[in-house]
Design a protein around this ligand. Structure first.
Ligand code: PHE
Length: 454
């Protein structure tokens, strides 16, 4: 069936390009900034183990479903969901998955860009030697001063939005594909260089043990909730990003093996990021559970005290900015592709309009760190509200609906054909995982996320 529909946006040149693009979407701030600090907060190896289980039993099956629906629909997530619902005789209301996803992607972009902006700012700060030989208090002050200056935050937020729009505006083959071909190899190269650096530290073994010593007594319910939520965020699931990218996937490529490759690469990057960060943390006697400030406060401090720290620190923040860039593209694509299909405006016009709006809404997040720091809704700033609403409610809900639609409403035969399983035992395993295990896990986490169970 995917041969029968045509994507008006283009098709990735090869299966490898799809893998690179999808990995580009998956690998981002979630891997390099968030994974290490939540691992630090939730006790290291025990958390890593739960996270790996979530990726395997919830992330991979749902990603397969998203890519499959996208490729078969060959349109934006909104219109693909409409087509898939029609094809299977279900209510067109399933489109809501696409609408909510496009909105979630847009909202995430508004604050993701602000944090990515910090990373760009830090490229310059590290490069100019601002952290050379500083102590903890100074490093904290540099970060605090950044948060306190709306002008500086807006500058880098704007730069990040502009580079993102530039790529999305150029379209699938000229924009997304070309960016991917450059960004992903650069990213892997930077990561390997940094890994080599942390391997040379005496504390490498300590960092390694912290990540890979599975102490079962440390596994808490809480860790399970955080790990599951994070597995959605890190694999870019629940908002149609993978559906949008799936729509451009060559018809012949095998979805199962491709998705497993993407999930594996995403996981490897997260683990390597941990292996880069924790030895540096331990080498300097810093606190692994330092929270969100880990990357922006403790790490620069550590880089500032090490031989070669200026170079490696600068490289590190370039890596973060690149990773965020290739993710941000996929946050905008679901909305932009819908508007290209359904309105008479051109892709560049739509991209600029949506991007300008995202930039504007992002100002709310910028102000959350200074002038509006005290303006709170239910104890949360504007930035916190958006983060909470998207990551804890919209993504899990989107993932849940995708799992229910694919597992219970979509015709089994269509999935079987599209996944090209030819009687492989993997098919029933996938089907029953997406019917039972993934939805139950998501419902549990969703209820915990909104505080209905403890
Ligand atoms: N996966 C990205 C990260 O880990 C974030 C993201 C979420 C990107 C959802 C696209 C869609 O940073």
């Amino acid at each position: 069936m995917s041969e029968q529909r045509q994507s008006i946006h283009g098709i990735w040149n090869s299966r490898i390009i799809f893998i690179l693009a999808a990995t580009g979407s998956a690998v981002g701030l979630g891997n390099i900034w968030k994974f290490p600090y939540i691992t630090g907060e939730y006790g290291g190896g025990a958390f890593v183990l739960v996270y790996l289980l979530c990726i395997l039993f919830v992330g991979v099956p749902i990603m397969m479903a998203e890519v499959m629906l996208g490729r078969r629909g060959r349109q934006s997530p909104i219109n693909s969901m409409k087509a898939m619902a029609e094809e299977t005789g279900s209510t067109p209301l399933w489109q809501i998955i696409g609408w909510m996803g496009a909105l979630a992607g847009f909202l995430i972009l508004t604050f993701y860009s602000v944090i990515a902006g910090w990373a760009i700012d830090y490229v310059f700060k590290m490069g100019s030697g601002a952290f050379n030989g500083v102590d903890g208090a100074t490093s904290e002050k540099i970060f605090g001063d950044l948060l306190a200056s709306p002008g500086e935050l807006i500058l880098f937020h704007s730069i990040f939005i502009i580079v993102t729009l530039y790529i999305v505006g150029k379209g699938v083959n000229e924009g997304l594909e070309k960016a991917t071909k450059f960004l992903m190899p650069a990213l892997f190269l930077l990561l390997v260089v940094l890994l080599g650096y942390s391997l040379s530290l005496d504390s490498f073994g300590q960092g390694f043990d912290f990540l890979f010593t599975f102490d079962f007594s440390k596994i808490s319910k809480e860790a399970f909730v955080v790990a599951l939520g994070h597995s959605f965020f890190t694999l870019s699931l629940g908002l149609g990003a993978m559906m949008a990218y799936g729509a451009y996937m060559p018809a012949k490529a095998s979805i199962a093996s491709t998705v497993v490759t993407v999930a594996a690469l995403d996981t490897i990057v997260a683990l390597i990021s941990g292996l880069v960060i924790f030895p540096i943390v331990f080498a300097n006697g810093l606190e692994p559970g330092a929270g969100p400030g880990l990357m922006f406060q403790t790490l620069p401090l550590a880089f500032g005290q090490m031989p070669g720290g200026t170079i490696f620190g600068t490289l590190f923040f370039i890596l973060v900015a690149f990773a965020a860039w290739s993710s941000a593209i996929s946050l905008l694509e679901p909305g932009v592709s819908w508007a290209v299909e359904s309105t008479r405006f051109t892709r560049p016009q739509i991209t600029i309009a949506l991007g300008a709006l995202a930039w504007f809404v992002g100002l709310g997040s910028v102000l959350s760190f200074n002038h509006w720091a005290e303006a709170k809704l239910l104890g949360k700033t504007f930035f916190d509200v958006l983060d909470y609403l998207t990551a804890n409610i919209m993504l899990p809900l989107g993932g849940l609906l995708i799992a229910i639609f694919t597992g219970w409403f979509y015709k089994e035969k269509f999935s079987h054909d599209e996944l090209r399983m030819n009687g492989s035992p993997i098919f029933p395993i996938w089907l029953w995982t997406i019917r039972i295990i993934s939805p139950l896990a998501v419902v549990y986490v969703g209820l915990k996320g909104v505080g209905l169970i403890d």
